[in-house]
Design a protein around this ligand. Sequence first.
Ligand SMILES: *[C@@H]1O[C@H](CO)[C@@H](O)[C@H](O)[C@H]1NC(C)=O
Ligand SMILES: *[C@@H]1O[C@H](CO)[C@@H](O)[C@H](O)[C@H]1NC(C)=O
Ligand SMILES: *[C@@H]1O[C@H](CO)[C@@H](O)[C@H](O)[C@H]1NC(C)=O
Ligand SMILES: *[C@@H]1O[C@H](CO)[C@@H](O)[C@H](O)[C@H]1NC(C)=O
Ligand SMILES: *[C@@H]1O[C@H](CO)[C@@H](O)[C@H](O)[C@H]1NC(C)=O
Ligand SMILES: *[C@@H]1O[C@H](CO)[C@@H](O)[C@H](O)[C@H]1NC(C)=O
Ligand SMILES: *[C@@H]1O[C@H](CO)[C@@H](O)[C@H](O)[C@H]1NC(C)=O
Ligand SMILES: *[C@@H]1O[C@H](CO)[C@@H](O)[C@H](O)[C@H]1NC(C)=O
Length: 854
Amino acid sequence: MKTADRSSSVLMFVSLAAAIHVIFAVNYVPSEQFHLNCGESSILNDTDTCSWTPDVGSKFLLSTKSSTSKAATQDPLVPEVPYMTARISQSEFSYSFPIVPGRKFVRLHFYSNSYNGHNPTNAIFSVSSGSYTLLRNFSTAQTTEALNYAYIVKEYLIPVDGETLTIKFTPSMKKNAYAFVNGIEVISMPNDIYKNANGSVILVGQDYSISVDYNTALETAYRINVGGNDISPSGDTGMFRSWYNDQPYLYGATFGVPVTTDPSKTIITYPKDMPTYVAPENVYSTARSMGPNPQINQNYNLTWIFSVDVGFFYLVRLHFCEVQAYINAINQKTFNIFLSNQTAESGADVIRWVKHNGVPVYKDYAVIVTGEGPRQDLWLALHPNLSTHPQYYDAILNGVEIFKLSDTDYNLAGPNPIPGPKQDVVDQSMALPSTRAVNSNKLKSIIGGGAGGVLVLALAIAIGFCVFAASRHGKDHSSSDGPSGQLPKTNTTKSNASSLPSNICCHFSFAEIEAATKNFDEALLLGVGGFGKVYSGEIEDGNKVAIKRGNTLSRQGVHEFQTEIEMLSKLRHHHLVSLIGYCEENCEMILVYDYMAHGTLRGHLYKAQKPPLPWKQRLQICIGAAQGIHYLHTGSKHSIIHRDVKTTNILLDEKWVAKVSDFGLSKTGPKLDDTEHITTAVKGTFGYLDPEYFKSRQLTKKSDVYSFGVVLFEILCARPALDTTLKDKQINLAEWANHCHQKGTLDQIIDPYLEGKIAPECFKKFTETALKCVSDQCIERPSMGDVLCNLEFALQLQESAEESGKGIDGKMDKEERSFDDGLAPSAVFSQIMETDDGSTPSALFSQIMNPEGR
Ligand SMILES: *[C@@H]1O[C@H](CO)[C@@H](O)[C@H](O)[C@H]1NC(C)=O
Ligand SMILES: *[C@@H]1O[C@H](CO)[C@@H](O)[C@H](O)[C@H]1NC(C)=O
Ligand SMILES: *[C@@H]1O[C@H](CO)[C@@H](O)[C@H](O)[C@H]1NC(C)=O
Ligand SMILES: *[C@@H]1O[C@H](CO)[C@@H](O)[C@H](O)[C@H]1NC(C)=O
Ligand SMILES: *[C@@H]1O[C@H](CO)[C@@H](O)[C@H](O)[C@H]1NC(C)=O
Ligand SMILES: *[C@@H]1O[C@H](CO)[C@@H](O)[C@H](O)[C@H]1NC(C)=O
Ligand SMILES: *[C@@H]1O[C@H](CO)[C@@H](O)[C@H](O)[C@H]1NC(C)=O
Ligand SMILES: *[C@@H]1O[C@H](CO)[C@@H](O)[C@H](O)[C@H]1NC(C)=O
């Protein structure tokens, strides 16, 4: 299947069309589409408008020796359809779909769980289709654990010669092994989409090509909308493909800025010879560029890292479209593309390829991934090509698709990934990225890694504790019928630690917790909340952690505690505080968190008498926090609304990296859309609360955007969101900032320390963004992704201005500051005690009574 020829022609589907015709994007209409919900007996719709056919009684199912089952538990991140039912069998079973010959998309959906009482770890099986092996000795439990998946979607592109496509499931020979599947999709595809005229693709770093001919089956490893949002199957061009945001795969401290088309200047225009269904407009209208600063860009590579199976060839398709309106001539932006550290393309120039701004183009490359272990990282990097002296030192990328190619044995199956702390998540569709998945055996390497040993307490965890308690309290009233309003159903009587994800989050024994806190030594007490106490602690290997000890709770509490752990343990992101573990013995409910050396953001803004943070650092903190929240909103199939974004819930680690904490109030779950309108007590913190949410009681992501806008002003003005010692309009910061903006005096209310240190362009961008966030109407507020993009841009503006030295009086960031706050427990404690905004009832009242009062 792999034929090496000496042709060095680079494969490309580049439009060289001289005339660009305006072609409106036309979606592909699949002639065949099957969405089979295995183990189900009635037609059900998923949350993304797709209707699933039951396999019970369907003509597609060939074997009768299989049975149906419901998953024993439901993870809040796992949608009901098609994952809550499965077809399972200890002997072989198959499905057969009538089709016309051609390559088809085949998607297999798996949710590792207990079915009919079978142990999930016994689900070990192979899957084949015709002569192709798709999975071999595949362990859903091990894959789920190793990659921190919530559920698994495997997508294949399988050529079929005959009139039927069969999919065969074969349990392994191991004792008690069984096979199962939750959902199967078969979708036809246009013949020309992943195939090229020559059938050969140049192998990067080699002077020969490999063939990707008709007989090659492909497995999708990644499909990324670079610089853009997730695109669900219904947003694709008719093939039900999912596209994911590139954030989790970015590497390094500098990772460019997302850029989007300005619709008034650029319309995405597919070239005449490129089918419009290749990728959605959304993929081409958003991109990531290196940023406006040529000095910075010269010195770094814009890099993404993708973990892939070793021993296969991969087809890497890169999608490009120039979206920045000022780029419209050749050699304005020329860059090199590296794959696996080898030059894949030198002198890439999108305008040279397609002649016009807004015209998409894609290019295919092949790489072979070798090395030790079952998986390796595939590096994709862009760097400006300086030798051509382009006008801008920049690069751009709009989308990435990576496919594994079947080998000479028609095989696509790799070994099961090995659970461990270093495993990166492969596909966000299936999971939330876990760059630091915690394995109980390897706890040391995780917690110790990168932290340099000195970890101090995350204050806001303690603070969050109170909020946590409050929310529990609130729910006890409103949900006598169970937590269905907020969380998917699970069997609440099954309060057994083994149901919790031991893989990603450690299970501590009570003895270990006692040892860590010196038997709950009051000297280690960091805070007290309605929920219980918070201690600093030291675990086995001497690493410091924050330990929350809950009061003995009701049965309901037990359930929520578990669900919270399950949710939190799946939420892993560089800008979210991580849950390290929990302890659930002796009716104790204890949570163990990562420690944050520098405490809360608020502690560094006002009141605490700490040295003020430089403006650039504040911007970086804003960007980090925005990334964390953006991830909550878009990082998984189901958006999570934080509901309590504020400066005390943004923590700073020893490297001043911002981490969002406290998900006690967060709302999530596949049924979020349906339950949003349930009237629940309005929760959150006064001063940060979205006025529209107050009024409608309908929670949206834009409520978090509002709160984040308040945070931005707090950072700029170094004052609390609500300050009842001030007068009238000044009490509420958002209101006051709006007022000052209208009067043109916004620059007069900023933190005096920042005076003369913010570049005017940066100030404008920052305040514009913050003001938009606190718009009264949520539709006027930007998405968190837009906020992030604007803040990144603001930072670049600041950096450029500092570089050129114009517009800023002071020398920012040059002064050496001692960050050695040496937070003594007592200091921490006092900080916790003063966290509530001290708002008097009347101030709160005025906000409640006058929700649109700005
Ligand atoms: C296809 O192959 C021919 C020669 O084998 C070559 O001249 C041509 O450029 C190739 N086309 C593409 C798109 O690679
Ligand atoms: C599923 O969606 C279709 C429209 O796509 C609708 O007609 C049908 O009533 C829905 N079925 C259920 C069970 O919600
Ligand atoms: C099958 O997978 C299991 C679990 O990963 C592993 O222990 C076993 O060695 C594998 N067997 C074969 C034949 O690959
Ligand atoms: C690529 O280079 C990076 C460092 O720049 C290195 O860490 C990585 O291992 C290299 N990857 C390969 C496949 O050689
Ligand atoms: C960019 O990546 C290439 C290929 O891995 C490497 O040779 C080069 O040194 C990198 N440049 C920078 C600035 O990291
Ligand atoms: C820049 O691109 C040209 C091709 O356009 C290539 O010959 C040259 O080697 C590249 N320069 C660098 C530094 O990679
Ligand atoms: C919950 O689990 C227990 C035992 O694990 C079982 O007896 C009970 O029927 C289950 N309840 C529900 C509603 O599934
Ligand atoms: C959980 O239940 C299993 C049996 O279902 C039992 O063996 C185990 O000890 C229980 N674990 C705890 C912590 O109670």
